[in-house]
Design a protein around this ligand. Structure first.
Ligand code: PMP
Length: 489
């Protein structure tokens, strides 16, 4: 384990990393201190290609010019590389919400003008989400709090007694709702060392014992690897099972088409899709959703209520009892529009550039290990998991934050079975990026890890009950976010 009480090396002053190690043939001119342009989404003609890709954000995000303190006393631009946990808000989403806020009012049952405008906004958001995921005309879009809520809702709607099959590489949100259903069996298929072997195991499992539903993630939240969804749909459908895709990570990075892919259900979260206002969705086939008991029994979920009898509404109202999160839904719908407006391939090119750059640079640092599930996974989203020699992941994450102003994630990423099988019992590190990220961001992370491996930390750190932190931590907080204020007296 890394010694943390040795005399720290003097901290080097912050220097934008874009001046170092250009991997592309063209010299980089971008610096981490230039704020991203606050412009409308790029038109197809302006999307950078080749050596230009990744130098500028693809879309403006709120907080792109955020400065944060580091332990040396400097303020540095924040490098937000934790998109997979929660992505920043698109600037266009924030502007749109500000514009509609004056019209905000209760939806569905108000005769007032603002109520009617709000109702239209809410229902339009539903249509926008449906279009974004390529929903079939008879699919239902149910607004939920997040992906966890959406998958829990579907678990509640799987017909009584039916079996669900999932893989062992899933986020807990796509594992625990199935395991803890009120009725019916849940079976877990262990992923093999290749995707091909995993598909063979899945096919064998479904041939041996029927299941009503196969639940898989679209992209791993730990390693970013994409799953072979088309093959999984073929295998499941051939065995008479439906497929739900946990698209919490997939949706912000790749286009989805429910109708073309045959995927039956899909769950996603607004806060990972650049709309951090508390909404998610479950989209998919109507029959199970209409047959299940109301998920949130209450106002709006029933057509008629007598003293002893309830005439439930069909989905989506059946499962959206109570006052919905109108602004969350509106933000999500608008974010879907903004992402759909990107030219074909722009997002993939941007993220692939950053991913290649980061993985190439990390792989060249002694002791750094990149994690992946499969030997044969053909492509990945903007998520990279790694370990740094014997350094505890918590220390590395605290160090890049405290000394370099970089936000990454460490731990087991709510995917404990997967992280165990990756051979990282203390967890790993995860850098993740998206439309607001640039080459300069990933270069700063690679520079910081490289400096750690060659020279160690230049501050002291301690691990108090599993949480690594600089000791002392001189970084000031805004007056409205003092840690003491978070303690309930
Ligand atoms: N599935 C995956 C693949 C995820 O990455 C996450 C969030 N990390 C979830 C589900 C759960 O999402 P939420 O916390 O928004 O419910």
């Amino acid at each position: 384990m890394t010694p943390v009480d040795t005399a720290p090396a003097p901290c080097a002053p912050f220097a934008p990393s874009a001046t170092t190690l250009p991997l592309s043939p063209t010299p980089l001119s971008f610096t981490a201190t230039s704020p991203p342009p606050n412009t409308a989404p790029p038109s197809p003609n302006t999307v950078p290609r080749g050596s230009e890709a990744g130098l500028q954000p693809l879309l403006p995000v709120v907080g792109a010019d955020l400065q944060v303190p580091v332990v040396s006393g400097q303020q540095v631009p924040y490098a937000q590389l934790d998109y997979a946990a929660s992505a920043p808000c698109l600037s266009a989403v924030a502007a749109h919400l500000n514009g509609v806020l004056p019209f905000y009012a209760s939806v569905h049952r108000g005769a007032g003008y603002a109520s009617q405008v709000s109702t239209t906004l809410y229902e339009t958001a539903r249509a926008k989400v449906a279009a974004f995921v390529g929903a079939r005309p008879d699919d239902v879009v149910v607004f939920t709090r997040n992906t966890t809520d959406a998958l829990t809702l579907l678990a509640h709607c799987v017909p009584t007694g039916e079996a669900v099959v999932h893989l062992d590489i899933e986020h807990h949100a796509n594992l625990l709702p199935w395991r803890h259903r009120a009725s019916g069996k849940t079976r877990c298929v262990l992923a093999g060392t290749t995707q091909r072997a995993t598909l063979v195991s899945l096919r064998a499992e479904l041939a041996a014992r029927p299941a009503a539903l196969v639940a898989v993630t679209g992209a791993s939240n730990v390693t970013g690897e994409l799953l072979p969804i088309a093959d999984i749909v073929d295998i499941a459908h051939a065995a008479g099972a439906r497929v739900v895709v946990d698209a919490a990570q997939l949706a912000p990075h790749r286009r989805i088409d429910l109708a073309a892919s045959g995927v039956d259900y899909l769950a996603l979260s607004g806060h990972k899709l650049y709309a951090p206002f508390g909404a998610g969705v479950l989209v998919g086939r109507r029959d199970w959703l209409d047959a299940a008991p109301a998920y949130l029994p209450g106002g709006g979920a029933a057509r008629e209520v007598g003293l002893t009898h309830t005439d439930w509404a069909p989905a989506p109202a059946r499962h959206e009892g109570g006052t919905p999160n109108v602004l969350g839904a509106v933000a999500l719908g608008f974010a879907c529009d903004a992402l759909a407006g990107l030219p074909d391939g722009a997002l993939e090119t941007h993220e692939e550039t950053l991913r290649e750059r980061l993985t190439e640079r990390l792989a060249s640092i002694p002791g750094v290990r990149l994690h992946r599930i499969w030997r044969d996974s053909p492509s990945s989203i903007g998520v990279v998991a790694f370990s740094v020699g014997e350094f505890h992941p918590g220390l590395v994450a605290a160090y890049v934050s405290a000394e370099h102003g970089i936000g990454i994630r460490h731990g087991r990423f709510c995917a404990h079975p997967l992280v165990s099988r990756l051979g990282a019992p203390e967890g790993a590190l995860r850098a993740s990026f998206g439309v607001g990220s640039t080459v300069a961001d990933v270069d700063r992370l690679a520079d910081a890890v490289s400096a750690l491996v060659s020279s160690g930390t230049c501050w002291s750190y301690s691990d108090s009950s599993g949480a690594w932190a600089p000791t002392p931590d001189p970084r000031p907080r805004p007056s409205w976010a003092q840690p003491e204020a978070a303690v309930i007296p």
